[in-house]
Design a protein around this ligand. Structure first.
Ligand code: AMP
Ligand code: ZN
Length: 115
């Protein structure tokens, strides 16, 4: 655990979160500022800063994806959803504990706004 990391502190129970699902290796909780009717963050319980670090730990990466799929099922997103890993400055990453955004519950529109 990294004491300065917001999501490590959620895993430790030091900061509250609305938990949707948990496994031995992952935690899924509602985004505090949802961008869609369903917006859940899936994290590995161990600290990995971003998706590049997660990819270097294949077991953790597989567990995060499996939990994302489980969340979609639990949230009733049978009509579709998105899984997003914002990465780095251009990706708009704000919290540097890797998290998959699982968003859905309504048509999400184009993947990116046209410039
Ligand atoms: P990102 O920009 O990909 O790093 O996304 C960070 C996400 O974390 C944003 O969608 C925030 O709304 C969300 N967030 C920040 N603080 C919390 C919190 N305490 N509990 C749940 N979600 C949070
Ligand atoms: Zn962390």
């Amino acid at each position: 655990m990294e004491n300065s990391c917001l999501f490590c502190r959620i895993v430790a129970g030091e900061i509250p979160a609305t938990v949707v699902h948990r496994t031995d290796t992952t935690l899924a909780f509602r985004d505090i500022d949802p961008k869609a009717p369903s917006h859940v963050l899936v994290i590995p319980v161990t600290h990995h800063a971003n998706v590049i670090e997660l990819a270097a730990d294949p077991a953790a990466a597989a567990d995060v994806l499996a939990t994302a799929a489980k969340v979609a099922e639990l949230e009733g997103l049978a009509d579709g959803f998105r899984v997003i890993f914002n990465t780095g400055a251009h990706g708009g990453q704000e919290v540097f504990h890797v998290h998959a955004h699982v968003v859905g519950g309504a048509p999400l529109g184009p993947m990116l706004a046209r410039r």
